[in-house]
Every structure is written in structure tokens, then in C-alpha cells.
Design a protein around this ligand. Sequence first.
Ligand code: S3P
Length: 177
Amino acid sequence: MKNYNIFLIGFMGVGKSTVSECLSREYGMEAVEMDEVIAEREGMSIPDIFEERGEEYFRCLETELLIELRSHENAVISCGGGTAMREQNVTEMKKNGKVVLLTASPDTILERVKDSDERPLLNGHKDAGYISRLMEARREKYEAAADIVVSTEKKSASEICRELLNKLQEMDDRKEL
Ligand code: S3P
């Protein structure tokens, strides 16, 4: 039982939702899927929000939701792939949470996203070169935001959760010294 939240950040298709579901199922944490909450509240899919209202509007909804989540604890929050690009969002996450960056290679990501059209930024760009360039452009901000980094490459969700919780525990123990 953590007295803070865990924010999962990282590129599209890196496994944030899968890991969040696993932490909820195996460790009883409250799971919040940011994209799902936003789509439900707006009564529109994420691609429709991008198309009809624009990306900036969507980014503001992400920030508002993070501010709301400050009152939760022991929750795992699966962020959208772009959430950590705004400095204000990272500041909000850090107020009551630890930020976990999940990573995977562009080839692995392509494999995971290729059959979905739910990601407006990748529609029409389903190739490893594009994914790799966007990932590189985002890398610095992802890494600066992260308290810990966990690769999801060739691991089961349970293995990833265990590694993630061990690393967080090590960090909490170090802080207590
Ligand atoms: C985005 C990632 C998506 C979703 C939106 C924008 C991004 O979330 O928030 O399409 O900018 O990387 P996932 O990372 O869950 O696919």
C-alpha cells in the first residue's frame, strides 16, 4: 500500500495500460486510464477529440485531470504518451506521485500498435522509422520526468510489475536513510 500514486509514462504502445491493469489486479491498486476517463467525459473517442477539438484542447484536459488526481493515493495512473511532454503535467505528477518511465524498442512498439487506429498521431505513420524519430524527439523529456525506468521488452506484465515495485521500494528505502 503506497501513500502516493504511480504515474506510468512513456511512448504509445510501450505497455502502460497492460502494466496498470496488472498492478490493479495483482496488488489491489486503483487504476486510472487517463485516455479512457477523458474519452468518457467528452463522450468522444480520442481520435474524434483530436479531429474535432484539436490536440491543444486534449492536452488541457490531460492537465485538468492530473490536477484532480492529486487527491488520490495508492492509485496507478496510466498516462497518455504525450502527457509528460508538458512541464506543468510533470510538476502535478510529482506533487503526490512517483513517475515510472516504461520503454520498448521502435520495432516492438510497431508490432503492438500496427493493428489499431486509436492513436491519431500514428495514423498514416505506422513504420519503425517514424516511431523512432518521434520517440527520439520525446526522449529527453521522458527521461527528465522519470524517477525510475523499466524496460517492457520481452517480459510478462507480472515480471514488469515486480521489477517496478522493487525499484520503487529501493528508492523509498534510500530516502528513509
Ligand atoms: C498520445 C498517446 C495516446 C493518446 C493520444 C496522444 C501521444 O495514448 O493520449 O493519442 O501524444 O503520444 P497512449 O500512449 O496510451 O497510446
